[in-house]
Design a protein around this ligand. Sequence first.
Ligand SMILES: Nc1ncnc2c1ncn2[C@@H]1O[C@H](COP(=O)(O)OP(=O)(O)O)[C@@H](O)[C@H]1O
Ligand SMILES: Cc1ncc(COP(=O)(O)OP(=O)(O)O)c(N)n1
Length: 268
Amino acid sequence: MVMKHLLSIAGTDPSGGAGAQADLKTFCAHGCYGMNVITAVVAQNTQGVIDYMDITPDLIAEQLEAVFEDIAVDAVKIGMVSVPETIRVIGEKLKQYKPPIIVVDPVMVATSGHRLLAPESEQVLKTVLVPLADVLTPNIPEAEVLAGKKIYDFSDMEAACRAIAAMGAKAVLVKGGHRVSDATDILFDGNGFHYFKGQHIESMSTHGTGCSLSSAIASNLANGMELETAVGKAKAFVFEGIKHAEPIGKGHGPIHHFYEMYKKAGLL
Ligand SMILES: Nc1ncnc2c1ncn2[C@@H]1O[C@H](COP(=O)(O)OP(=O)(O)O)[C@@H](O)[C@H]1O
Ligand SMILES: Cc1ncc(COP(=O)(O)OP(=O)(O)O)c(N)n1
């Protein structure tokens, strides 16, 4: 099988659990060739975000050109985009190069509470990136911001899916990782809803779950899966990754991105 070429456009995590590092690990775990365009260099670890510096729009454009002019990109995953200029340059370049699959994780605030998206970027994200998304994967607080409405139950999650799809996203997955009762995610594919029933795991190994889920969806779609299967398998990948993670760091550690792969190889 020919390896699919996956590009992550995201910020960094030097502790390896979230952002560009989680994306690359996830692509590799799905048998894909992974690439990174960096939007921001973030000083963070399992305990939180300390600081970050945005990469200039010109350098982001040059990174994108370097990849797209050289390598056929089968799917793009977008994560932390930080400031309006970053969003605009990504939007321009994606319209120019037209990758066949775009998954957008509208990262706003890290679990530790640090903002990774400037407040003035919310509107730009809605108008520039949401319409380019084949799949948009907000968590509940992000879906509340995008849809402009509080979410308390499944019917609110469905309403948020519809409201965000009306902004131009082809499919919307509202993630329920913040629901301690069940961690159920809801997908709207433009026609109907699919429920991905979950089971909440009481665990400290949940850093980068959203990054890993969206990268797994992008990988599965690039590998030829239908949307519903791609999401279901991505959710199972994250679930197993949380369940089998080794404690790393003093705070919320990463999931085990290579559990299935190591198991198959007899390394566990
Ligand atoms: N403690 C958990 N137990 C089981 N599944 C979880 C847990 N935390 C997150 N998930 C799953 O991980 C994925 C990412 O969700 P979420 O944590 O809501 O996103 P984010 O990291 O963007 O906040 C979803 O499929 C969600 O259901
Ligand atoms: C660089 C960078 N991008 C995104 C995140 C947020 O990761 P996410 O998977 O949404 O969840 P938490 O790690 O916040 O639990 C990040 N921390 N850094």
